[in-house]
Write a new protein. Sequence first.
Length: 236
Amino acid sequence: MKLRLLPYLSSVACAVVVASGCATTASNPKDPFEGFNRAMFAVNEGLDVAIVKPLAQGYDTVAPLPVKVVVGNFFGNLWDVWTALNNLLQGKPGDAASDVGRVLVNSTVGIGGAFDVAGEMGLTKHSEEFGQTLAVWGVGDGPYFYWPLIGPRTTRDTFGWLVDTYYDPVWRVDDMALRNSLVATRYIDLRATLLPSDKVIEEAAFDKYNYIRDAYLQHRRNEVFDGDPPRVPLDD
């Protein structure tokens, strides 16, 4: 891997070292740095309430549904390239071939990925990234962390996210203004898709931090095993 990735890895390593001094008695053994994580969760909540959520709400209100569909499809088509590679690395050549087919169809007939023509043709959309690939290779979760802006991640998935970001075609656009615009648009579009779940979480969660952590870990396990996780012994 190129040296350009080293600053990212160094930053995470430093954060993990700092967090190691914040370990408290955790309510979940997978979350040994709960004190640190709750502080970061509070930071993220503050940023979301003050900046991110209002922008997402404005975008959701102003942008017509067809526009939001096109934006989601465009970024989804770019991600299908990375998904194809990760499916191949995970030993799933059939899914990888399907992903490549999706990219070819949607990039041409779908006008640069604006329309999901491949989906209409029966080519199933997958979502794979390097954290899942590491899991398939046998890398354990490691401690759970909650990071501002990027949200919940296990240690493994934090490093996976760094690799995803490094090879993300959006982040590799040379024009800084265009790159920042694309990154911001994708982030706000993603946040807008999560707006309906906000009320559900607020109403269902006695402790919002615990609710999000446990939901994330369960969902992540489901993703790693492609929707069919092995049963966990009751003793665990």
